[in-house]
Design a protein around this ligand. Structure first.
Ligand SMILES: Nc1ncnc2c1ncn2[C@@H]1O[C@H](COP(=O)(O)OP(=O)(O)OP(=O)(O)O)[C@@H](O)[C@H]1O
Length: 981
């Protein structure tokens, strides 16, 4: 425990020194304890102690960077020298200034050191300590200009370097999609609060995304945007943590995105001027018009400044000038899906936070990471641009109607572009000329060559496709820039060199990629390398003779370098535990023995040196060539985009090839015949029962009742999923389908309280409803699976009634699954309400059970006691069921005897009221005053009865009385018009 605390303390402070270095604050070397907060310096007598940091520890930016992620980096900044004599009595300095090796060793002799550990540090985990105890206040004296952001970043980088899990990790051989997005967020202050600036970049796909949002108090749009971008790291200004609790935006992000690392940075890094300068320097000329659009957006530009600094200093990524592409994402023509809805509908993540059996999983047939990314963002933000949807549908239809052989050709050629996204790497450059850099540079240059060579084949295959969408992709890919790039490459690179996978092969390809006679030194280095390789092979042969085996193979791997391997069965008398003395570093994995010898070890060193020489010389030539190629950098962006678009559409086509899918139309209402739940349909464990879906402005509230397990939730989720699939441009599982373009999708599904946000289920539900109600638009789609069930039965039903009445007045299409019979009465009052139920039939045997047909039928359900029936089905102890049945019977009798019983009275009076009104409507006079008087009479009666029971429904009725009257008078007017005509 002590070791851990000591490490925490050391790591924390040492990382501060790093980060100072990485932000260029080299001049700060002394940390005066007199400047420390009192808490930290209690019981110590010190005036000018050097805490831990000596300027010598910050050697260079590069050292800090490269060492940051290594396990021993936490000790990197500890001074080796002793402390000034006058400060030696300061307990903590003794341990913190311990020699590096002592601290690094696992068995630190802690008791010999006196360690000062601040009280509040002891009981907390480091992360909590760093994030929650506002380290800025803790460590930052006035003259000390470290940024807590980076302290936090460094600490969490070390601690959590593998914490961000992939969002969608395919294990079935498809590509992995791992999030590598860094997102920076800033918010206006004072009257500008709610103005959010956002900048994000995917380190694997360096397109800088900028966005400025005027958000609501709940930050709904910002959360949605973050959810779509799916960042691994979120960086915010340190002022977000100024208040003890953190700002609302900070806390919202923290609770909503637990998988993202949240960092803070000093506000000074969010500089508009720096941002403008960076953007002007970095962007490709083709993005000038976007830049003009972006520059006036103060918050977006300042976020960009912080982002570019952050990735330079913490991720070692710098963009060559004029190589970065920017995108400004303002208010787009898309359907808004909030983050909660996305999670509950399992659009891209299921409840176990992986992609299995999600909508993404069902639609994903992409071969490239770019395609997968595009699919993910399309699902989370389906288009509401009818032209784009139409173009995609047309392309899908065209692919489906193409001859089988064209489809196969297209599939095969797209697979050749699987790694195309890595080409983005060529846009960035890293300041250090390391070995790693030269390897990457070589690999990606060969990848570019291979890609450009395959491009004309793709263009030819696309030739027969005439749809607008594919035609425009083909046009982009036919750009003459690509052939010019290939010409430049062919001047330097050997024709037969190609991108290969596998350590040894790619090393070989890199080594001999550059043509001979371009640099005599390189030619010499390669000759030496080749000779050494020959020597290696000779030595392996000799060794084989010595060990009496013909099956000794020369090998080269990243971990072991040049060595030999043999199958155990092919080497006689070889005991892995007691190998011959000549064999060194013996390892046996799955009957394959790997080892080396003293001679081979020496040769390996020489080979590595020769190879390094070759790579450095090759890299110098490639650098020159890349300078030329960067003139065409926008072509690389276009290439990656077009391949992603093509992959996406081909993925849609592959999904749409399934039987029973149809191309949806768009109009003013929703009418889908024999539709199926897309995920249930694909899982194939059960035969999916199809159902019709209908909604229009005349009947916009559909209430679905039915027993538990009847299929209500599946049905209403199906509505939402089909709407999304239709709006991304894909075919839907139905026999015919018409949708209305939806601009907002709201769901209220499921319960679950949150310890994190300290909210009960009910509070959460109300908060969510508060979010939905004001944002409802006339083109919204609302999916509600039970409403207000987390409070007392009565209050819940009445509030749900009121909410339904409120939302059904908009033109939004609402699908409402419920067990409440009260809600079904809405149909009697309003002509735009329709009741449906999921059919269940009594079992033919004597079990009293139910047979679920999963068929949607008109009208409310008439099955009683289905809860108890199901409980019996799932083997609840019989005595409990019997007892519950008795109580239920008793309650029924009581209710019939006492109509004023609060739980039943509301229903009863409302029923009487409705019946009376309806009968009047048909038979009696059409005078509105009659309606009003009946309503008042009934309301008064109800109020009187209810007052006895102090029922909260009273208030609701009070406020709604006026509305009922108005509604009924409307009804009356319509009916009188009808009658007269
Ligand atoms: N259309 C369908 N075709 C085939 N199986 C279905 C269909 N609809 C539902 N099911 C099956 O029934 C199960 C229960 O469905 P669902 O969760 O929608 O019931 P529910 O009525 O919402 O129940 P509860 O009221 O308890 O929430 C599903 O998990 C699925 O296996």
């Amino acid at each position: 425990m002590w070791v851990e605390r000591l490490e925490n303390l050391i790591q924390y402070h040492v990382q501060c020194s790093f980060n100072m270095g990485r932000l260029g604050q080299y001049n700060v070397s002394r940390y005066k304890t007199s400047q420390l907060p009192k808490k930290f310096t209690n019981n110590t007598n010190h005036q000018s102690a050097n805490l831990i940091i000596d300027s010598s520890v910050v050697h260079s930016r590069s050292m800090c960077r490269s060492d940051l992620m290594t396990p021993d980096s936490r000790c990197f900044g500890v001074t080796d020298g002793g402390l000034p004599a006058e400060t030696s009595d300061i307990k903590y300095t003794q341990s913190l200034s311990a020699p590096r090796r002592t601290i690094q060793s696992d068995n630190v002799d802690i008791p010999n050191h006196s360690i000062y550990v601040p009280e509040y540090d002891v009981s907390q985990k480091l992360e909590d300590f760093v994030v929650n105890s506002t380290p800025r206040q803790f460590i930052k004296p006035k003259s000390f200009t470290t940024t807590p952001a980076c302290s936090v970043s460094a600490v969490s980088a070390v601690r959590n370097k593998s914490r961000n899990p992939p969002l969608a990790k395919k294990t079935d051989g498809k590509n992995e999609m791992i999030n590598s997005v860094i997102l920076v967020l800033t918010e206006g202050r004072g009257s500008a609060q709610g103005e959010i600036g956002l900048a994000a970049i995917d380190l694997k796909r360096p397109v800088l995304i900028l966005c400025q949002i005027s958000d609501t108090q709940t930050y709904m749009n910002t959360i949605n945007k973050i959810n779509i971008l799916n960042p691994a790291e979120i960086l915010v200004p340190h002022t977000f943590m100024d208040q003890m609790q953190g700002t609302m935006l900070y806390n919202t992000i923290k609770s909503r995105f637990p998988l993202s690392t949240i960092l803070t940075a000093s506000r000074k890094h969010f500089s508009e001027n720096d941002g403008k300068l960076y953007l002007k320097n970095s962007i490709i000329p083709e993005c000038i018009s976007t830049l003009e659009q972006v520059l006036p957006k103060f918050y977006a530009v300042s976020a960009a400044a912080a982002l570019l600094k952050h990735i330079e200093f913490n991720h070692n990524v710098i963009f060559s000038s004029s190589t970065l592409r920017i995108e400004y994402q303002g208010v787009e023509k898309s359907m808004f899906i909030d983050a909660n809805t996305a999670l509950r509908l399992e659009l891209v993540l299921n409840s176990s936070l992986n992609a299995k059996n999600t909508l993404f999983d069902v639609l994903n047939h992409c071969s490239t990471i770019g395609g997968q990314r595009r699919l993910r963002s399309s699902i989370l933000q389906p288009s509401s641009d009818i032209l784009l949807i139409h173009n995609r549908q047309e392309a899908v239809e065209e692919i489906l109607s193409s001859p089988e052989q064209n489809i196969t050709l297209l599939r095969n050629v797209i697979q050749k572009f699987t790694d195309v996204e890595q080409l983005y790497w060529l846009c960035t450059k890293v300041s250090k000329n390391t070995q790693q850099l030269s390897k990457l540079q070589g690999n990606y240059t060969l990848l570019l060559k291979t890609t450009l060579e395959a491009l004309p084949v793709l263009v030819d295959i696309l030739e027969p496709f005439k749809s607008e969408y594919i035609f425009s992709i083909r046009k982009i890919l036919s750009n003459s820039g690509y052939s010019k790039m290939l010409e430049i490459i062919e001047i330097t690179i050997n024709k037969e060199s190609t991108r290969s996978k596998g350590f040894s092969q790619s090393q070989f390809q890199r080594c001999f990629a550059v043509k001979s006679n371009l640099n005599p030194l390189l030619d010499v280095a390669r000759t030496i390398y080749s000779e050494l390789i020959e020597e290696f092979h000779d030595q392996v042969k000799l060794l084989g003779e010595q060990l009496e085996t013909e099956y000794l193979f020369p090998q080269n791997s990243c971990k072991r370098g040049f060595h030999v391997q043999v199958e155990l069965k092919n080497i006689k008398n070889f005991d892995v535990k007691h190998p011959p003395s000549i064999c060194k570093n013996v390892e046996c994995v799955k009957n394959i023995v790997k080892f080396t010898t003293e001679d081979l070890l020496v040769l390996n060193v020489r080979l590595t040196q020769a190879l390094n020489e070759v790579e450095i010389l090759t890299n110098a030539i490639l650098n020159e060539m890349l300078k030329e190629l960067r003139k065409y950098i926008s072509c690389i962006y276009d290439l990656c985009n077009s391949i992603a678009d093509l992959d996406l559409i081909f993925s849609f086509a592959q999904y749409s090839m399934r039987s029973g899918l149809t191309r949806p139309k768009f109009g003013q209402y929703m009418d889908i015949k024999s539709s199926r739940h897309p995920i249930l349909d694909t899982i194939n464990l059960v035969v999916t029962v199809d159902n019709d879906i209908f909604a229009s402005t005349d009947t916009n509230l559909n209430i679905i009742t039915g027993p538990n397990m009847g299929g209500k939730s599946i049905y209403i989720r199906q509505v939402a999923l089909l709407q999304i699939i239709a709006q991304i441009g894909c075919f839907v599982p139905a026999t015919s389908a018409q949708f209305r373009i939806c601009d907002r999708l709201f769901t209220r599904i499921g319960f679950g309280d949150s310890i994190e946000s300290n909210a009960s289920t009910w509070v959460l539900e109300i908060k969510e409803l508060n979010g939905i109600l004001p944002s409802l638009t006339k083109h919204s789609l609302v999916i509600i699976d039970e409403l207000c069930r987390a409070t007392s039965c009565e209050e819940g039903s009445t509030l749900a009634w009121a909410i339904c009445e409120h939302i059904m007045q908009s033109c939004a299409f609402i699908f409402f699954a419920t067990h409440s019979t009260l809600i079904t009465k809405l149909q009697d009052l309003y002509c735009n309400v329709l009741n449906y139920h999921m059919e269940a039939l009594p079992a033919r045997d004597s079990s009293n059970g139910l047979i679920y047909t999963y068929k949607l039928c008109p009208g409310a359900t008439n099955i009683d006691d289905y809860g108890l029936t199901l409980a019996r089905d799932v083997k609840m102890p019989e005595h409990l069921i019997e007892h519950a049945t008795e109580i239920e019977k008793c309650l029924r009798q009581t209710r019939t005897a006492l109509p004023e019983n609060p739980s039943n009275e509301a229903d009863l009076i409302l029923d009487t009221c409705i019946q009376k009104l309806l009968s009047m409507k048909d038979t009696e006079c059409l005078d509105i005053s009659n309606f009003q008087s009946v309503v008042s009479e009934m309301m008064n009666k109800l109020k009187e009865n209810r007052r006895k029971n102090i029922d909260p429904w009273m208030e609701c009725l009070d406020s709604d009385e006026e509305m009922y009257t108005q509604r009924l008078s409307d009804c009356n007017t319509t009916s009188s018009t009808n009658n007269s005509t």
